[in-house]
Design a binder for this molecule. Structure first.
Ligand code: ATP
Ligand code: MG
Length: 307
């Protein structure tokens, strides 16, 4: 397994908590879905150089507003990404997501690229590419069809054998490693891993723009066959989404209060710095707010008990 047992347990616990809250009121669910949609569109596009801010993304998507001074392409990318997300949600709701196929991957790509470059939408690349900022050189265009077939075979063989977060991690990397399209690989890769995570009940998982450097670093490690760092990175993003869902959906009287790590260190025998390390490693339930980690008294107690 790529992620350690502790992180897996934490994810499973949180997912169980979330499932206990189901069925979720449809108004709340819709609000959460909207919020995650906008954030995913913003972050996933911004990682690739789209200049719309989170607010502007909201205006474009929810209000249909055109932002003065921002390129048409950035607007189209936002709208396209939204359509791709609708397709993804539909797949997950109708339970077809277990059957990965080249058709599914090409369809996601078609939606992401559609009106931007019709000639490449849904088509594997005919040219060789490179990825700026990395040493990895994707396979030649001639090899892409074969590599994609291998990827599908790998998925079908390993889907039920691996822990889902490990599977989503390796799939994501294998896909962006091949870089089958001329453009849009990063975005399609992030949608693809969500197809499987969401089919397992996880909320939409978002890789944040601010984490771009780390994301590239852990992808490079995966190029060398080391999946641990990438899997931990992805599981932290999974945990973040779960925490937001739980925070919004838990009735306030049952809610645990967020406290700083300095406050938390008073409830246990760990130092503030050690708690910070645990939070960073995903071993302690915690969220990061403006560079500061927050946890709860109960989370610290749960961790102490387990140790
Ligand atoms: N070392 C690496 N190994 C494999 N994939 C990587 C590596 N570093 C980055 N990537 C992936 O490549 C993506 C960026 O590549 P590129 O800029 O060519 O993307 P793209 O095809 O234009 O797609 P998009 O515009 O959606 O990113 C990143 O989002 C990431 O998913
Ligand atoms: Mg691009």
């Amino acid at each position: 397994m790529y992620i350690n047992e502790k992180i897996k347990k934490l994810l499973e616990e949180r997912l169980k908590q979330l499932n206990k809250l189901r069925p979720i009121s449809s108004t709340l669910l819709l609000k959460l879905k909207e919020r995650f949609e906008i954030e995913m569109i913003y972050h996933s596009n911004a990682i690739e150089g789209n200049t719309l801010t989170l607010k502007e993304t909201y205006w474009v998507i929810q209000q249909g507003i055109t932002v003065k001074g921002k390129p048409l392409k950035d607007h189209l990318e936002a709208k396209n990404h939204q359509e791709a997300l609708t397709y993804l949600y539909d797949l997950v709701e109708h339970g077809n997501s277990n059957t990965i196929s080249e058709h599914l991957i090409r369809s996601l790509h078609s939606l992401v690229i559609q009106d931007i470059d019709k000639n490449i939408a849904g088509q594997y690349r005919k040219v060789d590419v490179f990825i700026t900022g990395t040493d990895h050189v994707p396979p030649s265009a001639l090899e892409v069809p074969h590599k994609m077939l291998e990827l599908i075979t790998w998925c079908r063989k390993n889907y039920s054998k691996m822990y889902i977060v490990d599977f989503a991690t390796e799939l994501h990397h294998k896909f962006v490693h091949i870089h089958p399209f001329q453009d849009g690989n990063g975005r399609v890769g992030r949608l693809l891993m969500n197809v499987f995570l969401m089919a397992h009940g996880f909320p939409l998982v978002i890789i944040q723009k601010n984490d771009r450097q780390k994301y590239y670093r852990v992808l490079s490690a995966a190029d060398q066959g080391n999946y641990k760092a990438l899997a931990t990175f992805i599981s932290q993003a999974v945990l973040k989404s779960l925490n937001i869902y739980l925070d919004v959906l838990t009735p306030s009287k049952e809610k645990e209060n967020w406290i700083t790590l300095a406050q938390a260190s008073k409830y246990c025998s760990y130092s503030q710095a050690y708690l910070g390390k645990l939070a960073k490693d995903g071993k302690l339930e915690a969220i990061k707010l403006k560079k500061n980690w927050l946890t709860t008294k109960e989370a610290v107690e749960r961790y102490s008990k387990k140790e």
